[in-house]
Design a protein around this ligand. Structure first.
Ligand code: HEM
Length: 444
């Protein structure tokens, strides 16, 4: 019996070839879940293949343009304000705060308001159902680990045994929220600048197009409720752990490097001094250039996703590389390995945000820096995620001083026994309310 070969790309030019130039031969990645595992996950942009993927990516892309992000900034900033109030109530240096859990609450609130179109109150209510259920959805330990293993090894048997991939209670909860939102907005003709609205509007446009062309309105021509639901669900899956992991790792770096913290604080203070009542605008956030450099450099050294893959969908011979890929071959792309390669980065292990300054970032060799992947199948939420992380960090820096909980937390060493990029020493930091913040947090 033949095995599917696994290739590991070690040449950046081959990354270009596979992810961009020959994309038609590598449109898919290994599916997150097959149709026989879970229909919701199978309809997710993460898992869709070929033309189904193309159509859905085309439908979703308008949700992530600069103008749509600008429109969603206000919703995210409201969560930034709630985040500040939440941390203020807990900023006691004697009781360190778990930054990962705190940013998870922030990320859950952002996704709830922008993708599900409903508040989740994860920051205001420690027992928020959305947060509690979302956290258990993303918990892949204990019994869930066995279920995932079962589906990897014997999906048919798992279905025969009627063991669902996602516990029914969790799936029903999220499905109901979305279904109710769609129903309410369609029946009441209500609108809001969020992602679910974009999908509802896109479906309306598809229906109109069918009617204009006298074509039947069916699941082949328009997005189904399941499609819309699957994408909102995807945004939760793709944006919850990634954003909270990145923001919390950056906080440890900031706490470990006082000079970086001082410089960031100056930049953020200026933005808040020019703001109206401490509400940052899209342009003010985009103007935080040093913060952008720090985030970029942390993503180089400690990327949330260290590895990616593509599946060959059509045979391809590449004579210049002396390789023939066959349909079904799996090609691994070690994003992280390129990012710490000394041929491309001087002192690759050193934390030097200036590598990403306006003047220097153009010199970063293409296809050696891929925190959001590469090519048409790269992260669709790239700019959305960065905006979110910047808002979370700007509000943290404007109102709190960050201090390591234990000296062994920095320089960061990852706990290789854990799969989730957990640093040795954990995510606990001591937070103290700043003595003279530019804006009074009470006035927010
Ligand atoms: C800062 C946080 C984030 C990081 C580091 C990150 C990273 C990534 C990476 C590495 C990939 C795979 C790219 C490839 O294979 O080339 C990916 C895919 C994806 N991400 Fe993100 N992501 C982040 C936030 C988000 C957010 C907030 C969303 C949604 C709101 C999102 C939605 C997606 C989706 C839907 C895909 C699949 C795209 C496709 O297959 O067409 N991500 N992400």
């Amino acid at each position: 019996m033949g095995m599917t070969p696994e290739y590991l790309i070690v040449d950046k030019e081959l990354v270009r070839e596979v992810t961009v130039k020959q994309f038609d031969h590598f449109t898919d990645r290994q599916p997150f879940a097959r149709r026989n595992v879970d229909d919701l996950l199978a309809r997710s942009l993460l898992s869709l293949k070929g033309d189904d993927w193309r159509k859905m990516r085309h439908n979703l892309s308008p949700a992530f343009t600069g103008s749509k992000l600008r429109g969603m900034t206000e919703l995210m900033v409201q969560i930034g304000v709630q985040f500040t109030k939440f941390v203020s109530s807990r900023s006691n240096p004697d009781e360190p705060l778990d930054m990962k859990v705190t940013f998870r609450r922030f990320a859950a609130d952002v996704i709830a308001t922008t993708a599900f179109g409903t508040p989740s109150n994860s920051l205001q209510d420690s027992n928020s159902e959305f947060f509690v259920k979302g956290t258990s959805l993303m918990d892949f330990t204990g019994k869930r680990r066995l279920v995932i293993l079962g589906y990897t090894l014997a999906p048919k048997l798992m279905q025969l045994l009627k063991i669902p991939f996602i516990p029914a209670e969790l799936k029903d909860f999220f499905t109901n929220i979305i279904s109710q939102t769609i129903k309410y907005r369609e029946e009441n003709n209500k609108s809001r600048p969020d992602m679910i609205q974009l999908l509802i509007d896109e479906r309306k446009a598809q229906i109109q197009k069918c009617k204009d062309a006298n074509k039947p309105v069916d699941s082949d021509t328009i997005m189904s409720d399941l499609d819309i639901l699957a994408q909102a669900f995807t945004f939760f899956l793709a944006g919850f752990e990634t954003v909270s992991a990145l923001a919390s790792i950056i906080c440890i770096v900031i706490a470990g490097q006082e000079n970086v913290q001082i410089k960031l604080r100056l930049e953020v203070d200026e933005a808040f001094a020019n703001s109206e009542g401490g509400k940052l605008t899209y342009d003010a956030i985009q103007g935080l250039k040093y913060l952008d450099m720090v985030i970029a450099e942390v993503q180089r050294l400690i990327p949330v996703a260290a590895f990616g893959d593509r599946v060959c969908t059509k045979d391809l011979h590449l004579p210049e590389f002396g390789i023939t890929f066959k349909e079904g071959d799996i090609v691994g792309i070690p994003f992280y390995a390129f990012q710490v390669e000394k041929r491309y980065y001087e002192d690759p292990e050193e934390f030097i945000p200036e590598r990403f300054s306006e003047e220097r970032k153009a010199k970063v060799p293409p296809f050696t820096y891929m925190p959001f992947g590469s090519g048409p199948r790269s992260c669709i939420g790239n700019r959305f995620g960065l905006l979110e992380v910047k808002i979370a960090l700007a509000y943290t820096l404007a109102f709190f001083d960050l201090e390591l909980n234990t000296p062994d937390q920095y320089p960061i060493r990852l706990d290789r026994k854990k799969l989730d990029n957990a640093p040795i020493g954990g995510f606990l930091l001591k937070l103290r309310s700043r003595e003279n913040p530019v804006v009074d947090p009470e006035s927010l």
